[in-house]
Design a protein around this ligand. Structure first.
Ligand code: E4P
Length: 217
């Protein structure tokens, strides 16, 4: 399972990268705004800064909602860095743009996916990644993990190459459950990754080992 971090915060990206377990980064316009990154030029520079920290894929989202605009923006983003993956919204023109980019060997991530039918369309359009938002489904009392299971089932039926990128991951149990269900990738905040480190028996066990070692020294 690949681990992506879902942030535009460079410190957090460095932190995860330094652990040696990071496979990529996802961003969105809200995450950029949260870091105070505004204006096309600054946003483009920020994507390059992210690519210079991580070794893996970096999803950069288009703002246009029409096909021509998505193609124009996506081509400019793809030229920024070889690690950039074009993030396209799950709308009709987004699917059309996804097909356009996949036909040209440019990697894509179809975002804002909330149903198996949407995921099927993304795979048909040749998406590299599909991003079902599990946390936002949970927020409205709908089982986000069930969507991951349904997409896994459908993709396996037809051996689609599109990778299931479980998005809107909020906590460690989402990560573990997505891994059990066979999601190819998960993207979440740094806390959803570092939280996996923690266990009280690890802490107490280490404390005891160190105390016993020090008795003989
Ligand atoms: C995915 O690519 C999105 O950036 C993200 O996972 C959304 O998560 P949220 O629902 O916590 O905002």
């Amino acid at each position: 399972m690949k681990f992506f971090i879902d942030t535009a915060n460079l410190e957090q990206i460095k932190d995860a990268q330094d652990m040696g377990i990071l496979d990529g980064v996802t961003t969105n316009p809200s995450l950029m705004a949260k870091e105070g990154i505004t204006g096309t030029d600054n946003i483009m520079k920020h994507y390059v800064a992210i690519c210079n920290i991580v070794e893996g894929d970096v999803s950069a989202e288009v703002i246009s909602t029409d096909f021509e605009g998505m193609v124009r923006e996506g081509e400019a983003l793809a030229e920024l860095h070889e690690q950039i993956v074009i993030k396209l919204p799950m709308v009709k023109d987004g699917i059309k743009a996804c097909k356009y980019f996949s036909d040209r060997g440019i990697r894509t991530n179809v975002t804002l996916v909330f149903s198996p039918g949407q995921a099927l369309l993304a795979a048909k359009a040749g998406a590299t990644y599909v991003s079902p938002f599990i946390g936002r489904l949970d927020d409205i009392s709908t089982d986000g993990l069930n969507l991951i299971a349904e997409i896994r089932h459908i993709y396996d039926n037809y051996a689609f190459d599109t990778q299931i990128l479980a998005a809107s991951v909020r906590h460690t149990m989402h990560v573990i459950d997505c891994a059990k269900l066979g999601a190819d990738v998960m993207t979440g905040p740094l806390s959803s990754i570092t939280g996996l480190l923690r266990h009280p028996l690890t802490d107490s066990g280490l404390e005891k080992f160190l105390a016993d070692y020090n008795k003989g020294n």
